[in-house]
Design a binder for this molecule. Sequence first.
Ligand code: IMP
Ligand code: MG
Length: 171
Amino acid sequence: MSELRTLFSRQQIAARVAGLGQQISMDFAGESVVLVGVLKGAAIFLSDLARQLDLDATFDFISVSSYGNQKKNSGEVKLLKDVDQSMQGKNVILVEDILDTGLTISYLKDMILAHHPKAFRIVALLDKKCRRQQPIQADYVGFEISDEFVVGYGMDHAERYRNLPDICVLP
Ligand code: IMP
Ligand code: MG
């Protein structure tokens, strides 16, 4: 693993996730929220973010196919697992690891809005703004990054590296 360069250390990630948690807790003070994690990349981020929320929170998970084992996005989004509960009337926070072209989140946003939630917000740990193909933005962003392929803290390349505690750049 010596070829990997650290982009954000575990300490930097923890500090930023705590900040996001505070912000979301203020915005939804006194309300309940449903955190909808996009499997598998957002699993670690969701579990850390959830513990920084001073709110009544439940979890749900959704799964879509995107990259397969390639570094490039096929442009096709396929739903592999839907949410378990209806999102109707709920404060839904979609939790994603990376907002890249925006295809995945645009698809999921339309899908969740069709449930008629009370509120809908997107939180993305990383935002590759320069790569966007769909006009979509996250309401909460951890870090904006340039066009580099990153792994660790839940994010993979061909399913590897998800368990790295730091976010690293794959050359
Ligand atoms: P989008 O539909 O292009 O926005 O794709 C977003 C998804 O692609 C994210 O949820 C990630 O799973 C994956 N992805 C995009 N960039 C990276 C990366 O640099 N490393 C790992 N996964 C990535
Ligand atoms: Mg993902």
